[in-house]
Design a protein around this ligand. Structure first.
Ligand code: TXA
Ligand code: MG
Length: 346
């Protein structure tokens, strides 16, 4: 196998030769892994249908799961979408550049393959300086899903992306660990009321403050019934999953720790995925994914922790989380999918 080259640039002092190399590769129809503030993205020129098709192959991504296009300037939005409703302007003003994706009506310049044939398109303007520099230098919007093999946890370091995609992409740009750690918040502006399709670093509370009203798609917190129509195709797949079976346990620290102790006493080869402050009492093996009552720290570390779960040698991992307030909704949403909706209520 041919290994993929990995080039490093600090986000604070951008190496223009690294950016140049990424842009040249993208303009030539290649695939480049780029850092963003949410997770690493697997980028291709969004205006080049052949390049975009390679993304689906490299990730093993189902053909019916649409991609997000990334722009460097909010003023470019009207080129790629048919209408820019006032809500989109307000959201862009408040949260761009940053971890917010908007679904709008697609202009024909964006090939149908980007949107898996839908007449809408997802658009985001990342705040990561390296991502912004690469988009600018390429001179085109970049289609980019998370840079993981389909179904695996999203990569929050270049090493995660390399582990999944070595030999499958043309270039990897290492711009350091991702600040947010979970994928962008996705809001659809195609219906009568703005709808949250995927929670992320921009919270429902923040969105409501700007929009007034916001619907939350039931798929954010519930398993879809067989045959149900999905607003966001990405939400129907088992996702973010380690190889070890994950179970999401609902209950505070005390009942959770008691549950773990009982499972261990019964001889179950289980592991705990808990909070820093619980590690000493959770038994072995155990791993933390963040600080208690600090959903931003949990989001930041969650995917790295999920990747490390498989090193614990357990048959099952019991995890728990806190309330769905703020970024906590994104943490809950990702853990539910990592667990493929296998939940225990104490
Ligand atoms: O933070 C992020 O959004 C990262 C970085 C790389 O920007 N990207 C990312 O892409 O998470 P991906 O492909 O892993 O997730 C895109 C999500 C999927 O759930 C997909 O179904 C949804 O957005 N999506 C994309 N286009 C859509 C559309 N036209 N309508 C509804 N959902 C859409
Ligand atoms: Mg993804």
């Amino acid at each position: 196998m041919m290994h993929t080259a990995c080039l490093v640039t600090s986000p604070d002092h951008i190496n223009t030769r690294v950016v140049e190399r990424a842009a040249e590769t993208l303009k030539a129809g290649g695939l480049v892994v780029i850092p963003t503030e949410t997770v690493y993205g697997l980028a291709a020129n969004a205006l080049d249908a052949e390049a975009v098709k390679k993304i689906f192959v490299a990730k093993g991504r189902p053909q019916d799961n649409p991609l997000i296009i990334h722009i460097a300037d909010a003023a470019d939005l009207p080129r790629y979408v048919k209408e820019v409703p006032p809500e989109a302007l307000r959201l862009a003003e408040a949260f761009w550049p940053g971890p917010l994706t908007m679904i709008l009506k697609r202009q024909d310049i964006i090939p149908a393959v980007v949107s898996a044939g839908l007449d809408s398109v997802a658009v985001r303007m990342p705040s990561h300086p390296v991502a912004a520099a690469i988009i600018r230098r390429s001179g085109v919007p970049l289609a980019a899903p998370s840079a993981n093999l389909s179904g695996r946890p999203s990569p929050t370091t270049a090493a995660h992306a390399l582990g999944d995609l070595d030999g499958r992409v043309d270039l990897i740009i290492d711009g350091g660990p991702c600040a947010v750690g979970v994928e962008s918040t996705v809001v659809s502006l195609c219906g009568p009321v703005p709808k949250l399709l995927r929670p992320g670093g921009i919270t429902p509370e923040q969105l409501k403050a700007v929009l007034g009203s916001l619907e939350i798609d039931p798929a954010v917190t519930h398993m879809l019934k067989e045959g149900a129509r999905v607003a966001s195709p990405g939400m129907k797949y088992k996702h973010y999953a380690p190889k070890t079976h994950v179970v999401l346990v609902h209950g505070g620290t005390a009942p959770y720790l008691k549950f773990l102790a009982e499972k261990r006493a019964a001889g179950e080869r289980c592991a705990a995925l808990c909070f820093d402050g619980e590690l000493a009492r959770a038994g072995q093996p155990a791993l933390s994914y963040g600080k208690q009552k600090d959903a931003r720290s949990q989001a930041h570390r969650l995917f790295d922790a999920l990747r490390n779960v498989d090193t614990l040698g357990a048959e099952v991992v019991y995890t728990h989380c806190e309330g769905p307030e703020g970024v906590g909704l994104a943490v809950y949403n990702r853990l539910l999918r990592a667990a493929a909706f296998d939940e225990v209520f104490l």
